[in-house]
Design a protein around this ligand. Structure first.
Ligand code: B12
Ligand code: SF4
Length: 589
């Protein structure tokens, strides 16, 4: 096998989290990752597939996951042993501000002449500041970097000019920062493959699963995500992926939807090879009625059997659930209501009522929805501690209304670690009642090294103190946990374990606050002595991670299909001409 042209590296949130004492808290409880956010962006798979389709060899190394699962994994040794033409590092989510730069520094330490390119939403937002770090050569901005990335890798390999590469920020020979225009913002989202074929091929080719798995525990819970679009039609105040954020920072003034037929094809391919549930993210109803019909009837046509979950931005009406029920075997829904309080939800940018939501949940279950995940968030505009504490009673009433149906699963977590850079609130904090504790990338990097999530938050809301935010989040989580146990949505043992962890987390937060009252070097010594205990509290606080899981079962079909893929990839490795390529960039000299 040829050496990789590009190695995509995914860094942990904080480098080296194994040697720091940080109480991350419930920052990642509601996503599949652990608090070091070891999941890499979906874009790794679309970039990998696109570049390989254009004749390049791409490898993914999920350093965060390797560090998490192999305590003795030596990052420096691993990077020193790599030899690509260029390194790519994602800074998609701002929580990677610390780890991504440190990994870039290690790349430069061992490979001073190998360029390092950054990309992702946060890298796009902080592109000019990133140029100030010696370890960063390029930033590819925007939500669709597949084509510019192909051009960049070929330019690096051929020692050509990068002056015309769309969306690229770089330093010219004099060291001046050049910001190329946003000339690659595809109006559609059809130029990529979202079917995980790249990931499957990479695993087979390298005979190594560990370095490219998306998150810890994926093999026992092989969930996959499908995306209906890039961009968003909505404008939630704290969201760094809102319509405003996309327009102002990622060059996109219109949402790019994926052709529903292609989306169905992606999902069919996933179903053929991966036994787990599929989450369809970004509410596909944004694309209009025609799209909805085509997509849902397409899923019926392929007789999709894995559990499928949909994210909806507003509560759907009854006839919509009837359509899902008519066409799907096993569907579930997730809605982020943010608050039970209508005024708070409206201030966030979701102006529907609790009554509409409750009615929608009733309709969902009437039409055989298998599970309804309902998310609440703390720290959002105008929200007081009192409002947060009203969540559990509201949830209890909601359960009563739906006959205590245990298929409703509510969760609560804080807006953490950061209020999104590029969101309307981040850009105008005072207008929304916030004080920011960090604006620049470097300030965010330093915050990430603080010893608890309360100290890491990049904002202070006016409507409550940080202590109230922390306490009310934990208390609301205890309340919701008890309600879920009462209605049988979770078993008593799980509920008791969660409540105990929340209590321990509260004690740890108070102890860290006490330690923070000491001066250095005593503070550091006390934190070091506390490290192992903190580490034990860092996974799953406000709920058990497994509560997020939907059922998954490997069957003979998956084994057969994966064996088929294995032979195909082996044959293509031996005879590269067997693989179809797009020669557009390959032919250039
Ligand atoms: C889908 C999604 C998720 C999925 C992620 C699936 C996945 N593995 O990618 C889930 C639900 C798991 C998730 C989790 C989180 N998310 Co999210 N998510 C989104 C959402 C809805 C769409 C993002 C998306 O996929 N866009 C498609 C494009 C933009 O991304 P992409 O294809 O992956 O990558 C392209 C580019 O970004 C770029 N790129 C990416 N990596 C690289 C690397 C290099 C080298 C280069 C050159 C380019 C490049 O090129 C790619 C292809 O063109 C956005 C909201 C929105 N409307 O955008 C929020 C959003 C991205 N998420 C956000 C956040 C905060 C999170 C969490 C940190 C929340 C939390 N505290 O738990 C976690 C982090 C998860 C982790 N790392 O473990 C914020 C990010 C704000 C910020 N700047 O930090 C957003 C903007 C909004 C929000 N608040 O939810 N998320
Ligand atoms: S939080 Fe709002 S603006 Fe952001 S992706 Fe979700 S619906 Fe769109």
């Amino acid at each position: 096998m040829s050496k990789p042209d590009l190695i995509l590296l995914h860094a942990p949130s904080v480098y080296d989290f194994r040697e720091t004492s940080i109480m991350y808290g419930p920052v990642s409880d509601l996503v599949p990752s652990s608090p070091i956010f070891e999941m890499y962006p979906l874009g790794f798979t679309t970039i990998g597939e696109y570049l390989e389709r254009h004749g390049l060899h791409v490898k993914v190394s999920n350093l965060a996951l390797l560090m998490l699962t192999k305590p003795r994994f030596d990052v420096e040794k691993a990077i020193a042993g790599m030899d690509p033409a260029i390194f790519g590092i994602d800074l998609h989510w701002a929580p990677h501000a610390h780890g991504s730069i440190e990994i870039a520094r290690i790349c430069k330490k061992y490979h001073p002449d190998t360029p390092v390119v950054f990309g992702g939403l946060s890298a796009s937002y902080f592109h000019e500041e990133l140029m100030e770090y010696d370890c960063v050569d390029y930033v590819l901005r925007g939500d669709s970097t597949e084509d510019p990335f192909t051009q960049l890798v070929y330019a690096v390999k051929r020692k050509g000019s990068v002056a015309d590469i769309p969306n690229l920020t770089y330093k010219d020979a004099s060291g001046a920062v050049v910001v190329n225009p946003f000339s690659c913002v595809p109006p559609e989202f059809d130029h990529v493959k979202l079917d995980y074929s790249f990931s499957m091929r990479s695993v087979i080719r390298s005979a190594d699963m560990s370095s490219s798995l998306p998150f810890k525990g994926w093999l026992s819970y092989p969930v996959s995500a499908s995306l209906t679009c890039r961009g968003c039609t909505r404008n939630c105040a704290t969201c760094g992926g809102s319509a405003t954020a996309f327009r102002e920072h990622f060059g996109r003034d219109r949402v790019a939807f994926r052709d529903p037929e292609l989306l169905v094809r992606d999902i069919a391919h996933i179903a053929k090879h991966i036994p787990g549930p599929v989450f369809v993210l970004n509410d596909f109803r944004q694309a209009g009625d025609e799209y909805v019909k085509e997509f849902i009837t397409g899923l019926k046509r392929i007789d999709f059997k894995n559990p499928i979950g949909f994210e909806f931005f507003t509560p759907p009406a009854e006839d919509f659930y009837a359509l899902l029920d008519e066409n799907l075997n096993d569907y579930s829904v997730e809605v982020s209501a943010e608050s039970h309080d209508d005024a708070v939800r409206a201030a966030f940018g979701k102006p529907y009522t609790w009554e509409q939501l409750s009615e929608s949940i009733e309709h969902a279950f009437k039409h055989n929805c298998q599970r309804f995940d309902l998310y609440f968030m703390t720290g959002i505009p105008t929200q007081t501690a009192e409002s947060v504490l009203g969540t559990a009673p509201a949830v209890e009433e909601l359960y009563a209304r739906i006959g205590n149906n245990p298929k409703l699963l509510p969760f609560i977590g804080p807006m953490a670690p950061f209020l999104d850079p590029g969101s309307r609130v981040f850009e105008n904090p005072e207008e929304f009642g916030y004080t920011l504790r960090a604006r620049t990338l470097e300030e965010h990097r330093q915050l990430l090294l603080q010893p608890s999530w309360k100290h890491i938050l990049n904002y202070i809301p006016d409507a409550m103190t940080l202590d109230e935010l922390v306490d009310s989040t934990y208390e609301a989580a205890v309340g919701i946990n008890r309600v879920k146990a009462k209605v049988g949505a979770i078993d008593q043992k799980t509920a008791m374990a969660t409540e105990r962890r929340i209590l321990e987390a509260q004690i740890a937060m108070a102890r860290i606050d006490d330690i923070m009252r000491h001066e250095e070097p005593e503070r550091g010594q006390l934190l070091d002595a506390y490290r192992e205990e903190i580490a034990l509290l860092n996974e799953s606080t406000v709920c058990e991670k497994s509560e997020l899981n939907w059922p998954a079962k490997m069957n003979a079909g998956h084994i057969f299909n994966n064996a088929g893929l294995l032979f195909k990839v082996m044959a293509e490795t031996l005879v590269p001409a067997l693989r179809k390529r797009d020669t557009r960039y390959m032919k250039q000299v």
